[in-house]
Ligand binder design. Structure first.
Ligand SMILES: Nc1ncnc2c1ncn2[C@@H]1O[C@H](COP(=O)(O)OP(=O)(O)OP(=O)(O)O)[C@@H](O)[C@H]1O
Ligand SMILES: [Mg+2]
Length: 198
């Protein structure tokens, strides 16, 4: 299955772009959604995580308390590395499995940390949604009502725009109107369709 990896910084417009491709019938597989699936009770990773972090990590509804988990790994880098080593291969395998079931000519994997987690042999082409840091901050503030300190922390935790641009095969500038974005997506869809069938 020809696979496009869609990435970009926080609030750059990844979900917006993914929705636009979905309107052309393209199958979208979202790493954030799959990351939630692989830790559900009944999955092997659930037991492994509870064994490592203790029963305190289980929320009232019996699932892994993701907010608590995020907080722990934010302050304990070695625990974050342990967790990523466990989850990344599981997430990748499940995304590849979903791709095999897809009936569209190509599919899109939405992976916020795509560049941070290279190499990705399952990805044929990298599409980056790009906005200026100013726009990123503005949209993040409007969407999530975050303060400047939190926004700066989140931006600093990611690789830079320049590094991301360096790895991108295609770039979608998302500074303008949504209509312009939809036009660019339509053009790219035509390109990916051709690449997928040749
Ligand atoms: N061209 C645009 N013009 C105006 N607003 C936009 C545009 N593109 C996206 N937005 C808005 O910016 C915000 C961020 O977009 P979106 O949620 O698609 O980004 P994201 O990259 O998926 O974010 P996250 O990293 O949190 O998953 C949303 O509120 C969205 O509606
Ligand atoms: Mg999103």
């Amino acid at each position: 299955m020809y696979t496009v990896g869609l990435t970009g910084g926080i609030a750059s417009g990844k979900s917006t772009v993914a929705d636009l491709f979905a309107q052309h019938g393209v199958t979208i597989i979202d790493a954030d959604i799959v990351a939630r699936e692989v830790i559900l009770p009944g999955e092997s990773a659930y037991k492994t995580i509870v064994a490592y972090f203790g029963n305190d990590i289980i929320g009232n509804d019996g699932t892994v308390d993701r907010a608590k988990l995020r907080q722990i790994v934010f302050t304990h880098p070695e625990k974050r590395i342990w967790l990523e080593k466990l989850l990344h291969p599981l997430i990748r395998d499940k995304m590849i499995a979903y791709s095999r079931e897809a009936i569209s000519p190509y599919c899109i994997h939405v992976i916020p940390l795509l560049i941070e987690t290279l190499p990705h042999p399952e990805i044929n082409r990298i599409l980056m949604v790009d906005v200026s840091v100013e726009t990123q901050i503005k949209r993040l503030r409007e969407r999530d009502h975050l303060d400047e300190i939190m926004i700066n922390k989140m931006l600093q935790a990611q690789i830079s725009r320049v590094e991301r641009l360096d790895h991108a095969d295609d770039i979608l500038m998302n500074e303008g109107h949504l209509d312009a974005l939809a036009d660019s997506v339509k053009k790219l869809h035509g390109k990916y369709f051709q690449l997928a069938i040749t």
